[in-house]
Design a protein around this ligand. Structure first.
Ligand SMILES: Cc1ncc(COP(=O)(O)O)c(C=O)c1O
Length: 464
């Protein structure tokens, strides 16, 4: 058990405990992810009260050295948890030998050709080009909103009102705008315990308190939602029922209905993020289809078609349309018409269907490759997802595994990055099979991953 010598530090005992933790980290005695002794055990060891240990750990948390996880204990902070996920994230690394499995991107399957042809079509229409170069109505051009309705229906949504379709700069901008419109600094919002890091970042940015709900194999449980509503009076909940990022868990119709009933009872807005889900089975239940009066749908073309167009759609409820449309206007006035024109043409022609079919087919093949390599390990995924959620064998902690993978030039993301609020991150990592990665590189990445899954941390060959 870690047992510091407090006589080496000056000042009140609780400050000495925080200083000793800092010293332990710098000297390498305490490593990221290590669990600190319980308050009672350390108090007995050092001959101080448990209150002193509580204050010491709280001081260490204030200094960002440790992280308290409800019901689990206090842990040395994993450096990755401090990394900003957004802003200056590097683009997929093209260094020779490095295999970047850390980004959930659409597969590159000839979208350039579709773009070239569509730009040529647009260039052949001077009147259209003239219109695209002008300021537009804030909610977007009529035919772009019609294409938005088409997209939402094509990807499985029912009850779509064209007059309520708003265009956004992608899905991230879509739910950011919805939260901006519906919440005020200090409000509480809920999400699955493991959720999209873009939401975690947005909550921080907007000064919202984010609480991650307990999850089972389908995602957030009704019991956890009911309890959180009673305790915290949240304003909104953000969910991905068709495909949770990072775990790929999917909610059954019963689960969606049970959660929607609780949301209605507590007057909670549901923000349904379908950015990842729109490649999956279009018959799969969504909140928008089950509870359209309280569900705000956020979708985008980023995963199903391509990310660089930055075209997304928001379908607010009747009551939330005005505030969300206003927030959209304040955030960017209007969405760039040219990429929206390209997306609209793809959506209303056969191009979107062709790209989606190609993505689905290739993803199936890639998931077979994953299954062949990871047959001895537990992981979660579905064949229409870019993400694979890999549960690590006992000897590995997630951050340490991600660091070890980086040493062998494989980039992936540890669970901590997806943990909402104080939700305890499991020992799992997310890796992705999409983007520019070829099948061959995916295979060699998996071979390297399997090798290190069998290692003991610290480099000793061992288990499995
Ligand atoms: C669940 C989820 N929502 C939103 C986004 C962001 O989408 P966009 O690129 O359209 O902004 C992502 C991107 O990975 C995502 O996984």
């Amino acid at each position: 058990m870690w047992s510091p010598d407090l006589s080496a530090f000056q000042g009140p005992a609780y400050k000495s405990i925080a200083a000793a933790i800092g010293e332990g980290i710098s000297s390498g005695v305490l490593k990221p992810g290590d669990k600190l002794p319980t308050h009672r055990a350390l108090a007995d060891q050092l001959g101080v009260t448990t209150g002193t240990i509580t204050r010491g750990y709280a001081e260490a948390e204030r200094q960002n050295l440790v992280q308290a996880r409800v019901g689990s204990g206090t842990y040395i902070r994993e450096p990755e948890a401090n990394c900003p996920m957004f802003g200056i994230t590097p683009l997929p690394n093209e260094l020779e030998g490095q295999i970047d499995l850390s980004y959930s991107f659409a597969l590159t399957l000839g979208q350039e050709q579709h773009l070239a042809e569509e730009l040529a079509n647009i260039a052949a229409d001077p009147a259209l080009m003239h219109r695209l170069l002008q300021y537009q109505p804030e909610c977007g051009m009529r035919h772009h909103r019609q294409a938005g309705k088409h997209w939402l229906e094509y990807t499985g949504a029912k009850h779509i009102d064209e007059d309520r379709v708003l265009i956004s700069n992608g899905g991230q901008h879509g739910f950011f705008t919805a939260l901006l419109a519906l919440c005020q600094r200090g409000d509480t919002i809920l999400s699955d315990g493991l959720t999209y890091p873009g939401l975690i970042n947005t909550a921080r940015q907007l000064g919202l308190r984010l609480i991650g709900l307990d999850m089972d194999e389908q995602g957030s449980t009704p019991e956890a939602l009911e309890l959180a509503c009673q305790r915290h009076q949240p304003r909104a909940i953000y969910l991905m029922p068709r495909l949770n990022n990072p775990t790929s868990r999917q909610m059954s119709r019963e689960r969606v209905e049970a959660l929607a009933t609780i949301c209605r009872k507590h007057r909670l807005h549901i923000i349904e993020d379908d950015v990842q889900g729109c490649l999956t089975d279009t018959e799969h239940t969504t909140f928008t289809n089950v509870a359209p009066d309280i569900s705000i749908l956020v979708s985008s073309c980023s995963k199903a078609l391509v990310g660089g167009l930055r075209v997304g759609y928001i379908h607010p409820t009747e009551q939330t349309f005005e505030p969300i449309a206003n927030a959209l206007k304040s955030s960017c006035w209007m969405i760039a018409p040219l990429p929206t024109e390209v997306a609209s043409r793809w959506i209303t022609s056969e191009r979107a269907g062709q790209i989606i079919e190609a993505q689905r087919n290739e993803l199936e093949i890639r998931h077979q490759i994953v299954a062949e390599h990871l047959q001895d390990y537990r992981y979660e995924s579905v064949s229409s997802a870019f993400n694979v959620w890999l549960h690590l064998p006992e000897q590995w902690r997630a951050a340490e595994f991600a660091r070890r993978a980086a040493e062998v030039d494989i980039l992936l993301k540890p669970a901590e990055l997806f943990a909402a609020g104080q939700y305890p991150a499991p020992q799992a990592v997310r890796f992705c099979v999409g983007g520019e990665l070829s099948r061959e590189r995916l295979k060699s990445g998996l071979v390297r991953l399997v090798e290190i899954l069998g290692e003991m941390p610290g480099g000793t060959e061992g288990l499995v």
